[in-house]
Design a protein around this ligand. Structure first.
Ligand code: DGY
Length: 321
């Protein structure tokens, strides 16, 4: 008999077919008030779960899935699950590292360029008919090339961002991380340092650390105050890694120059957020990996991961081995 699987995000037909070939699949388009009861009933029988990072799977919900053997998230981030809880139950959580590094680094570099060159603000000026003469010094941007790029969290994506900075923009690379990264030091001439020194000496501070109990609110008012007044802050990890209210304050009172954000404490970011009123904040709707090519690679990888895990192979891409 085929194993039962819940798919809680729409995926392309050919990938759905690969799941259907192996499993008895029940599809839900996310989880919401209208389908919650049916979702809970399906959970009581399911052996596998596959879906996206926009749906939370807390222990209170997964307690309702006594037969669960494996879960597969279409993301590299695993923060919508409780890894300790899953490990205690012996359930592997499969994720998609590797396939999205270059695309996510492209997005982060777009944030760096847009904030430094005030691209969105100035583009809006043109669109709204406010470009009536030379822009003048008060609207000049700042250079990216030749500056110091500090990366907090030198994982695979951090490395891909640093590679762009080093080879493409002649930037000096420095990083803080739990462990030293010899490849970044050798290939990109990156300098390892503690976070405090990095904050004080970087022109661009780019946060790429995963969200864990150790990194929650890692950057707050004290850390923004350590940065250069001219610093540009970039967050491509998770919103909860920073204190968003403290960032709004730092951007409003000139503690730092600007911020480029792909992630927020609450997503989707409500239009009423004070961030939406700041010209020196560039805001993206969590699009780090959102290209057609890369999202398909992530889905394919997540389907492979679930098939492998439910067949007993968690040698690749298990987040809680
Ligand atoms: C990831 O893969 O974790 C991205 O942030 C998309 O959720």
């Amino acid at each position: 008999m085929k194993k039962k699987v819940i798919l809680y995000r729409d995926i392309p037909a050919q990938e759905r077919q690969r799941l259907d070939d192996q499993f008895d699949v029940t599809f839900f388009d996310g989880m919401n008030e209208s389908n919650k009861d049916a979702f809970v009933i399906a959970l009581s029988e399911t052996e596998g779960l596959i879906g996206s990072n926009s749906t939370s799977m807390p222990p209170t919900l997964l307690d309702l899935a006594p037969r669960l053997q494996a879960a597969s998230t279409i993301s590299v981030g695993t923060d919508k699950f409780d890894l300790t809880y899953l490990s205690q139950r012996g359930i592997p959580l499969m994720h998609t590292p590797g396939v999205l590094n270059e695309t996510t680094a492209d997005t982060l570099f777009t944030l760096i360029m847009c904030t430094a060159r005030r691209a969105i603000e100035l583009s809006n000026m043109v669109r709204e008919g406010r470009w009536t003469s030379n822009i003048g010094e008060s609207l000049y941007g700042t250079d990216v090339h030749g500056k110091t790029l500090g990366i907090i969290g030198m994982g695979r994506i951090g490395y891909a961002i640093a590679k762009r900075g080093h080879f493409g923009f002649d930037m000096k690379i420095q990083y803080s991380n739990r462990h030293r990264k010899p490849d970044a030091e050798q290939d990109l001439n990156a300098t390892f340092m503690d976070m405090e020194e990095l904050l004080k000496t970087s022109d661009f501070v780019c946060v790429m650390t995963p969200l864990t109990s150790q990194t929650e609110r890692l950057i707050g008012a004290k850390e923004f105050a350590m940065m250069k007044k001219s610093a540009i802050f970039i967050n491509g990890s998770r919103g909860k890694v920073i204190d968003e209210a403290a960032l709004v304050e730092a951007l409003s009172n000139g503690t730092i120059r600007a911020a480029g954000l792909d992630v927020f404490e609450v997503e989707p970011l409500p239009a009423s957020s004070p961030l939406c009123k700041l010209d020196n904040a560039v805001l993206f709707p969590h699009i780090g990996s959102a290209t057609t090519e890369t999202r398909l690679k992530m889905i394919t990888c997540a389907v492979d991961n679930l098939i492998n895990a439910l067949n007993g192979d968690i040698s690749q891409n298990c987040a809680n081995k």
